[in-house]
Design a protein. Structure first.
Length: 105
C-alpha cells in the first residue's frame, strides 16, 4: 500500500490511542510510567525524500517519540502504523488546544 493511501486511512480514523512510556531523554526528571495519549493525522505532504505530516495530539504527548516509537516506548507509533521507519527532523507547534478540546480517546 502506498504511504499516501495509508495516511489517508489513518486520517479518516480520527484520534488514535497511543500508550507512551517515559522517554529516555526525560527519564532522569520524570516518573517512569505509561501514559495514555492520542494522536490524529490531520494532513501530509510528499516532499520527495521527506514527508511533512501534521498531527493533532493530546496535551502531554511526546511528539518525537509518537513519530518514531522510540524503541517501543510509544505503541503504536506513527512509524508502526505506517509500516515504515519515521524520524521527526523538525517540529513546529502550530497551535494549542484549550483543555476542554483535549478530551480523551
Amino acid at each position: 500500500m502506498l504511504l499516501n493511501e495509508r495516511l489517508e486511512e489513518l486520517s479518516a480514523q480520527g484520534r488514535l490511542a497511543v500508550i507512551q512510556s517515559t522517554p529516555a531523554r526525560v527519564a532522569h526528571r520524570r516518573a517512569k510510567k505509561d501514559r495514555e495519549r492520542w494522536i490524529e493525522v490531520t494532513g501530509w505532504e510528499d516532499e520527495g525524500d521527506t514527508w511533512t505530516v501534521s498531527l493533532c495530539s493530546a496535551h502531554g504527548t511526546y511528539i518525537k517519540e509518537a513519530v518514531s516509537g522510540e524503541e517501543g516506548r510509544t505503541r503504536p507509533s506513527l512509524s508502526e502504523l505506517l509500516g515504515v521507519s519515521c524520524t521527526c527532523v523538525e517540529l513546529d507547534v502550530l497551535s494549542i488546544l484549550p483543555p476542554e478540546a483535549d478530551g480523551s480517546v
